[in-house]
Design a protein around this ligand. Structure first.
Ligand SMILES: [Zn+2]
Length: 331
């Protein structure tokens, strides 16, 4: 669908059996089209992509650049296949590019570190294998080719009709980028700011030590630019960026308060804290014990991210007790 003159949004479904879709954007230009994000590497995604192009009378061969906001499978998975089909160059942030191989190719070390972190954060022995391997199924939906172009914060490029500025927004992923079109004041926000859900920000071996602190700074970075429309990686386009940023910040403040309250009743591991939080507030709230293994892992990683931010704010402290990290409220 052409949502703004020269800018098309294609809804690419998740693989069979998974709800949801990802928004792929095509920006038309005199010097070729720019594609933003790609969908999962699956037949359904590729089929929907082809149909979307056809419906909007877009040509595969006109795509000259594929810009990836971050390397999660739903955004990056299909990029290499589209490149094979049309010869476009794939571009992404240089930090993000460095994460491809350790995550999708030689991932033994990463799994080892996930397991170590899981033990340190109190995951019981019986749950360790599920926790460690929870994202392995995704690898078959990603063709992990390195990009052709490495982007940096502040880079600019043009397709003759639209000018795009790269804004590095670490948090959801360490090399996540938003793409800003200053003339039309459009912000392609990837998974940094979504309208209907709060983007996941979790601590993991690739996230850096304080991903939620990074994320909050990245949200504040966006409040300095003028934005008329936000074109996100999932869900509807919207125009109230600052209001949405406030809503997301409020959510994290509330969650931090819940965590400090949980610690009022004694020292706990991140795993124990995660069990005292109501998850998925957008869906009416789900108890930790009722989450699927993948969502449990996300919940624990989010809890650790909040605890790390609270520690930098001086509100909680942590201590190592026989290889297990215990958190305490500081006042
Ligand atoms: Zn996504």
């Amino acid at each position: 669908m052409e949502i703004i003159k020269g800018i098309h949004q294609l809804k690419i479904p998740f693989p069979k059996g998974m709800p949801g879709d990802v928004n792929v954007y095509i920006i038309e230009g005199n010097d070729g089209n720019i594609m933003i994000d790609s969908g999962w590497d699956s037949q359904e995604s590729l089929g929907a992509f082809g149909e979307g192009l056809k419906a909007d009378r877009l040509k595969l061969r006109d795509i000259k650049t594929i810009v990836i906001t971050h390397i999660h499978p739903d955004h990056y998975g299909l990029a290499s296949k589209v490149k094979q089909l049309c010869g476009a160059k794939v571009a992404m942030d240089k930090i993000e590019a460095g994460l491809i191989s350790p995550r999708y190719k030689d991932f033994t070390e990463l799994l080892k570190r996930v397991e170590e972190e899981a033990k340190r954060n109190g995951i019981p022995e019986t749950e360790l294998p599920d926790f460690r391997d929870a994202s392995l199924w995704m690898n078959k939906f990603v063709a992990p080719e390195p990009p052709d172009v490495l982007l940096d914060d502040g880079d600019r490029f043009s397709n003759g009709s639209f000018e795009i500025q790269v804004i590095r927004t670490p948090g959801h992923s360490p090399g996540h980028i938003c793409l800003y079109e200053p003339k039309k004041r459009l912000l392609f926000s990837g998974d940094h700011v979504l309208y209907e859900t709060t983007p996941h920000v979790g601590f993991n071996p690739q996230s850096g030590d304080n991903p939620l602190g990074d994320y909050v700074s990245s949200l504040q970075k966006l409040t300095n630019i003028k934005v008329s429309f936000v074109l996100p990686g999932h869900g509807p386009v919207f125009n109230s960026l600052n209001l949405r940023v406030e809503g997301i910040l409020h959510h994290h403040e509330e969650r931090k308060r819940q965590i400090v309250r949980a610690l009022d009743r004694g020292s706990k591991t991140a795993y124990q804290v995660a069990q005292e939080i109501t998850w998925m507030p957008e869906e009416g709230g789900v108890a930790f014990k009722d989450l699927a293994p993948w969502d449990r892992r996300l919940a624990v990683m989010e809890t650790i991210a909040h605890l790390k931010l609270l520690a930098t704010e001086g509100k909680v402290a942590s201590v190592d007790m026989d290889g297990v990290c215990l958190y305490l409220a500081k006042d």
